[in-house]
Design a protein around this ligand. Structure first.
Ligand SMILES: *Cc1c(COP(=O)(O)O)cnc(C)c1O
Length: 357
């Protein structure tokens, strides 16, 4: 039987490394895509127990799920409010809303008025990625409008943020200059954005000047290093997820293993990776509906092999595997079918925390 094991103790250790690295900036744990496939509720409960207070949820329904799980004291940032219904929900659930265009600003203000609330807003400047965000030439006008809504009490502009490619230092530096200018214009326009955030995993680790007040880190907290980047071991991080599968049959020199392309293992990995078996590393010959692996002398049905996991399993990491087919570790982990059961080590109890605790 194949299984996806999540080691929450390793996750907690990664969080400690990330926080120590980025301090005094604070960690926002990014939990989009069901916490990078690790399971949202167990991940945010453990992070909360470790003292993480900021969560980056991407979409509103994920943000609301985090609110429901963690209670009122968590700060939850969403940056994909796609409809008026989304915006209303975000305001109702007291989510921090990333706003990258002027029209959305008015939607947020209207929703806040209707709810008798003040919405917390983080204005997004487009620093070059063109993934949404206010263009620099429009920024002064949007800041002025935000300042009006702020004065009227409908919104509270708590943050300025952007996202960078983390592909070249020169491009990131250019983005940072645009960001600094935008923060400056916001301050001169009467706003007081105390939460400035720009970096994700890679820049947060490599470049102190990108950390500002908060860093939005997903991958590294799950122990997923950047493809082509520094090794997990050298970052002090441990892969949190481990994918295991069972031998179902042994024929001559091949062991059949019950995980395959229908479970999300790219068939293009055939011939390119080894898995960890009870007798050490063995090559995966082919991936069909199952994986066909070079057998070992005592191989027998019921034996467990590890497809990816922490170094102490003897297996490759998700990013090691990803690099063989020019993709990223997140994709290898996220493709694993949700039908494969998740099991957890180090689960904290399910009780919602008391507000303010
Ligand atoms: C996914 C995402 C992050 C986290 O990136 P990692 O490389 O996983 O740390 C940060 N910010 C935004 C806007 C994202 O979409």
């Amino acid at each position: 039987m194949s299984a996806f094991h999540v080691d929450l103790d390793a996750f907690a250790a990664n969080i400690a490394v990330v926080r120590a690295t980025v301090a005094p900036a604070e960690l926002m744990l990014v939990v989009k895509d069901d916490a990078y496939g690790h399971g949202l509720a167990p991940i945010v409960r453990r992070a909360w127990a470790e003292g993480v207070r900021w969560y980056g949820a991407f979409d509103v329904s994920t943000g609301s799920a985090v609110r429901h799980t963690l209670g009122s004291a968590a700060r939850i940032f969403v940056w994909m409010a796609a409809s008026a219904v989304d915006v209303q929900q975000a305001v109702t659930d007291a989510l921090d809303i990333g706003v990258g265009d002027a029209a959305l600003l008015d939607d947020v203000a209207r929703a806040a008025e209707a709810a008798g609330a003040t919405a917390r807003v983080h204005l997004k400047i487009d620093t070059g990625l063109h993934r949404n965000g206010v263009r620099p030439e429009e920024w002064p006008a949007v800041v002025a409008h935000a300042a009006e809504l702020h004065t009227a009490g409908r919104i509270d502009v708590v943050g300025v943020w952007s996202h960078i490619a983390e592909a070249s230092d020169a491009d990131d530096d250019a983005a940072r200059a645009v960001f600094d200018e935008a923060v400056d214009i916001a301050q001169r326009g009467g706003l007081n954005p105390t939460v400035r955030h720009l970096a994700a995993s890679a820049a947060a680790f490599a470049r102190a000047e990108f950390r500002y007040d908060l860093v939005r880190v997903g991958a590294f907290c799950y122990g997923i290093r950047s493809a082509g980047g520094v090794h997990e071991r050298d970052l002090g991080l441990t892969p949190v997820a481990r994918l295991e599968a069972s031998v179902t049959a042994v024929e001559d020199d091949a062991a059949r293993v019950d995980v395959g392309r229908l479970d999300g293992l790219p068939s293009s990995l055939g011939g390119l990776i080894d898995v960890a078996t009870p007798a050490g590393a063995r090559r995966v010959r082919e991936i069909t509906v199952e994986a066909i692996v070079d057998a070992w002398p005592e191989a027998a049905p019921g034996d467990t092999v590890t497809i990816f996991g922490a170094a102490d399993t003897g297996a490759l990491s998700a990013t090691d595997i990803a690099e063989r087919i020019d993709t990223i570790g997140e994709e290898i982990v996220l493709r694993v079918s949700p039908l494969i059961p998740r099991t957890y080590r180090g689960m904290t109890d399910g009780a919602a925390p008391v507000a303010g605790s």
